[in-house]
Design a protein around this ligand. Sequence first.
Ligand code: NAD
Ligand code: UDX
Length: 471
Amino acid sequence: PVKVSKICCIGAGYVGGPTCAVIALKCPHIQVTIVDLNKDRIDAWNSPDFALPIYEPGLVEVVRQARGRNLFFSTDVDKGIKEADLIFVSVNTPTKKSGVGAGFAADLKYVELATRRIAEVATSSKIVVEKSTVPCRTAESMRTILEANSKPNCRFDILSNPEFLAEGTAISDLFSPDRVLIGSLQTQEGIDACQSLKQVYANWVPEERILTVGLWSSELSKLAANAMLAQRISSVNALSAICEATGANIDEVAHAIGYDSRIGPKFLKASVGFGGSCFQKDILNLVYLSESLHLPEVAAYWRQVVEMNEYQKRRFSKRVVDTLFNTITGKRIAVLGFAFKADTGDTRESAAITLIRDFQSEKALVNVYDPKVPHEQIWLDLEEASPQVPLDTIKKQVTICKSAIEACKDAEAVVIATEWKEFKEIDWEAVYASMNKPAFVFDGRLIIDAEKLRKIGFKVTTIGRPSNNQD
Ligand code: NAD
Ligand code: UDX
């Protein structure tokens, strides 16, 4: 197997950036260059004051140690490709918006463009690693493109190495992953390439955690893992609806079922709905794959996980309207949190976007506060969510605030959309004093002490608990 000494990562996003920064940190003998077409992003990665393009706890420290030593960020994609012996393709694979498979299939144009670029500029053999999440058998298309366009004496070996990090905990996930998965063709060359990548991870990941499998299993495992994780949340959210109707408490139910060692306690938190760039996209991708394989029952099974999530978001905004005496027209609602989960500034598919859009269409006034999401991003997301509404109109209805306290002032209701730690530590007495009465709190994340807030005077509504204002 080739001993890897130069790595290039195409795509400096939420995955490529942290993943390859950690590789550089843990492998000082390997030169790692992360390239991207987006100059602003690369400039931010290179910024002298470490104002990185993404917020991720612990990331700045990693970049601070490795940048300029053996970690480089550049827009010179071709140079990065030429120099490297191993190339990660870590570009975005969003859901297709038009054409065949629109709304379900993954858009592979960025993967294909990156692959074609590799074929075009490479002058020596490369190990090409799919890091992006892709449909099963994408490696085959990549190989066809590479082989059809390569120069003599250039060999390309393709590996699948899906990334399992979660945003908000990316650095600790990368430091001690549950597993690293590497898929390769089971030919001698494929197995050798797999060993080369395994040696990179073996610099810090215990060998028994590095799983080597066939290419197609590796590609499918990524979709399968996300589908099963999202399914857990949709299952618990479906149960939360039953709890609200019966008087059971979803936290108690989740705790009780999670005690079964076969089920386990993690990832059973009822919520206003899962968000993030992966779950919905990857399940829809699996649905599309199932349909393409003429497996409609399988497709319907997974599709229901996404439908349940849409239902959960709808159900929550309806509950807000119902509780506020069936109208929120002209009422001020404070939405705390805009990111799709805590400890990230990422808003892709965030439930908060759907909630605010629903409140806007009910003609409410919305105050929103998030500790990490840039204001321009909030406007972009709200504009995209209501394409028929001009931004000026949106800006008349929505105000972005600088703190939770400021957002809650003169509001009729507070809606907790993201589980930021600081929302657990809010001075609720002060918030109560500044709000219109009756003052309502809607906890979409199960983070507040409902009893304590009721004692202050709030009317509290919690996901997965009945609405009679007592537990
Ligand atoms: P992202 O949008 O943050 O980053 C992708 C980057 O690739 C962008 O900066 C874009 O400019 C760049 N790019 C696109 N085409 C390019 C090209 N031809 N040449 C150079 N640069 C190019 O996306 P992400 O969140 O990092 O996700 C990347 C992949 O990883 C996706 O397939 C995603 O499904 C998968 N994934 C994401 C996560 C996550 O938590 N975000 C976790 C696991 C897997
Ligand atoms: C997910 C997978 O966890 C990760 O392995 C994969 O690589 C990428 O997709 P991510 O989307 O970054 O990671 O975050 P995750 O922690 O999985 O949360 C996804 C969504 O589910 C968030 O909106 C989160 O708030 C929600 N969630 C999570 C719940 O509602 N309840 C839970 O118990 C856990």
